[in-house]
Design a protein around this ligand. Sequence first.
Ligand code: ZN
Length: 384
Amino acid sequence: MNFDFATATQIVFGTGGLAQVGALAKPLGNNALVVTGREGSRAEKLLAHLREADISASTFSMAGEPDIATIGREVAFAKRERFDLVISIGGGSVIDAGKAIAAMLTNPGEVLDYVEIIGKGGALTVASAPFIAIPTTAGTGAEVTRNAVLGSREHGVKVSLRSPLMLPRIALVDPELTYGLPPALTASTGLDALTQLIEPFVCTRANPMTDALCIEGMRRAARSLRAVFAKGSDKAAREDMAVAGLFSGMALANAGLGAVHGLAGPVGGSFSAPHGAVCAALLPHVMAMNLRALRQRDPGNAAVYRYDEAAYWLTGDRKAKADDGVKWVSAAVGDLKIPRLGIYGIMEDDIRDLAVKAEKANSMKTNPIKLTADELVEVLKEAL
Ligand SMILES: [Zn+2]
C-alpha cells in the first residue's frame, strides 16, 4: 500500500467562521488582493473584517471562468501594488483565479510557461504567495485542490495550472456563506460533490485516507442533498454539504476521479454548460456503465464491491447492492431537477467527437475499468 496525501495547510470550518478571517490573515500579510465573483458586494463583510484587523485590501471581480490573459493582467497589477496576500471568496472559478494569481505572484515568467498542451509545461519552482480560499458554494472542493482550471480564448481550450505549491495556506469553510445559493446551483454543486466522492471511492488510486473522507462525505451528502434543495437556510444540512464539498476536494486531489469527470471536461470545453450540472446528468449513467463493463470483463475487480459499499452509504440500507446505489443516484438527480445534457445544445452528431476527446482525459486514467469509445457514446446518448 503506497499513498501520499497533501491538502491545505490549515482548514478552518464553522458556521459564522468568516468573522475569524482578520485574525487568520494577519500573520500572512498586510496588503491583500481579494478576488470575488461577478457580485463584488458579497465580499463586503470580508472587507470589513480585514479593515478591523488593519489589513488593506483591493478587490478584483472575476466574472465567469478565469482565462489566462485576464490572470496575466491581474498578476501584473498585483505585482505593481505589492500585494503580499491573496484571498478568494466565491465559487470554484473565483478560487481557481486566486490560486493562479497567488502562484504567478511569486514565480517568474508567465502562465503559459507552466501549462501543458498550449504552453511550455514547466514546473512551478517557488511557493505561491499566501492564499486563503473561502468557498461560497458547497461542491467544487477547490479550496483544497492544487490546480486552477484556466481557459484560453485564443486556443479555445481549458488547461490546468497545477502544482503541489499551489495548495491554499488556509481553507476557510463557513457554511453560512452558502445559505443564499439558489436551489438550482445548490443542486448542481451538491451533486458535483457527490460525484467527487463516489468517483475517488471506486477509482484505481483509492487509498485508506481518501476512503475515510469519501465514506463520511457520501453519508452526509446523501442525508442532506434534498434538505438543502428544499430549504437553503437549513443549518445542519448546509453544514453537511459543506463537509461533503470539502472532503470531495481532498479525495479527488489525492486519489483521482473517473469517467464522469473525463466526459465533463470535453462537454464543458465545447458547450457552455455548468460543470456540476453536467456531472450530475452523467453520474447515474456512468455508474451503470462501469458496473456493466466490470461484470462483463473483470468480475473479480474490487470496484464492484466498492459500488456495493457506496450503495449502503447512499441508501442507509445494509442489504443494498451496487444497482440500488445507481437507482438512488438516478432518483436524486431527478428530484433535484437536473436537466438532461440536450438543453446545452449538444446534438447526437457531437457525441462521437466528445467521446473520443474524453478517452484521452486525465480523469479517465483512474476510472475503475477502461471504457471503450462505444461505451462512452452510449453513456452520452443516455444522458442527452
Ligand atoms: Zn467536479
